[in-house]
Design a binder for this molecule. Structure first.
Ligand SMILES: *Cc1c(COP(=O)(O)O)cnc(C)c1O
Length: 399
């Protein structure tokens, strides 16, 4: 077994430097706790960036993976795959959408959504209808199509020219959206709760109006629920908080209980625009990942984790509000369920480092926003434990 220092030294030598990494290597996890290579234990409120929604190594996911690994790990989409078919049926029943496509990540799910939207719009309105309107502060992934839908200039600039056909408008500004729509527009794409952009919520009324506008203008509505979906906001899908349903929805992060899988769902009429050869993925929807995802959805229901996320999310947000009232460097607390952000008047990174040293993993996004994404089964006592560390960290920063 290597130590933190040994792993970091080798990593710096052999792994491409695409991440700013904390100086610890995590080697083991159980529930809401993880351990590093030197044996130090942490309370995990990063949760694999919204992936470990069941906590670490949930026994049901582990058992399902082990059983499927002994039966059939991979066979290719040239053949029908029972766990994939069952997962598609389950997601369709839960979402009210029509059909599913499977891939391996969030960015791939969004690539699939962009391609499907273009193909469908072309079949309806011709090849000139290909533009997608996305939101400022959006994050949809890092492959070239999904990156073109991602707003943040510093993620995009070095890789231009990107895929053409994307425009950005501010979130929650209906008239800006209305003004941006023209004869080229085929779809509107947004995260009901923006994650990487700093935990910004689309207002329920705004979503309703966007949905109405899309129907009126014959545009597809695409929701990226890669981060906010699958229970995190206290509903299975974040759009279920309002009276809207998208035409296309993307999922990934939490779906496989820690195993890579992404999904793109669409209403049946839109979904049928894809015909054999239009899109594909060697690993997408493989038996192993689908078995994990089926276990994920079962555990959500058995343990009422969506309800827990709603309940404990309210408690956690109240505790964060108390903290914010006490320390002037806290500007705002926002979010829903267990996707929560605290905007600071200064860079968040030193607080993230101090919290980690004190045994709490949290994350900073957009420079000055602390983000909290604990497992959906987090208990009020875990929140109290985290808050105790947070108070100490904030006192230390202020001093
Ligand atoms: C993380 C994320 C993605 C990208 O997912 P990957 O699995 O990292 O490719 C896309 N959209 C949103 C909203 C995300 O949070």
């Amino acid at each position: 077994m290597l130590t933190n220092a040994e792993i970091i030294e080798r990593g710096n030598r052999y792994v491409m430097s695409t991440y700013g990494r904390a100086p610890v290597a995590l080697v083991r996890g159980e529930g809401i706790r993880v351990w590093d290579a030197d044996g130090k234990c942490y309370l995990d409120f990063v949760g694999g960036l919204a992936v470990n929604s069941l906590g670490h190594c949930h026994p049901k996911v582990a058992a399902s993976l082990a059983a499927q690994a002994r039966t059939l790990i991979h066979c290719s989409n040239l053949y029908w795959i029972e766990p994939q078919v069952r997962l598609a049926q389950r997601l369709v029943e839960l979402s009210g959408l029509g059909q599913a496509f499977f891939c391996n990540s969030g960015t791939e799910a969004n690539e699939a959504a962009i391609k499907l939207a273009r193909k469908y719009a072309r079949s309806q309105g011709g090849p000139e209808r290909y533009e997608i309107i996305a939101m400022e502060k959006s994050f949809h992934g890092r492959t070239l199509g999904a990156l073109a839908a991602t707003w943040q200039p510093k993620l995009r600039e070095a890789f231009e020219p990107l895929v053409p056909g994307f425009k950005f408008v501010p979130l929650n500004d209906l008239s800006a959206l209305e003004a941006a729509i023209d004869e080229k527009t085929c779809a509107v794409m947004l995260e009901p709760v923006q994650g990487e952009g700093g935990v910004h919520m689309a207002a329920p009324d705004y979503l309703k109006e966007v949905s109405r506008l899309c129907r009126e203008k014959g545009l597809l509505l695409i929701f990226d629920e890669v981060q906010c979906g699958l229970g995190r906001t206290g509903r299975l899908f974040a759009w279920q908080h309002g009276e809207v349903r998208p035409d296309i929805m993307t999922l990934a992060k939490a779906l496989g209980g820690g195993v890579p899988i992404g999904a793109m769902l669409a209403g049946e009429a839109v979904a049928r625009a894809f015909v054999p050869g239009d899109h594909g993925s060697t690993f997408g929807g493989n038996p192993l990942a689908c078995a994990a995802a089926l276990a994920y959805l079962e555990v959500l229901e058995e343990e009422d984790l969506v309800g827990n996320a709603a309940r404990v999310g309210v408690y956690f947000q109240e505790r964060l509000q108390e903290l914010a009232a006490r320390f002037p460097l806290c500007q705002e607390v926002r979010g829903r369920g267990l996707i929560l952000g605290m905007e600071l008047s200064r860079p968040a990174a030193p607080l993230v480092d101090a919290a980690r040293e004190a045994g709490l993993l949290i994350n900073a996004t957009s420079g000055n926003v602390l983000r909290f994404l604990p497992p959906l089964g987090v208990q009020p006592s875990d929140v109290d434990e985290a808050m105790e560390i947070m108070y100490r960290v904030f006192e230390g920063i202020e001093a």
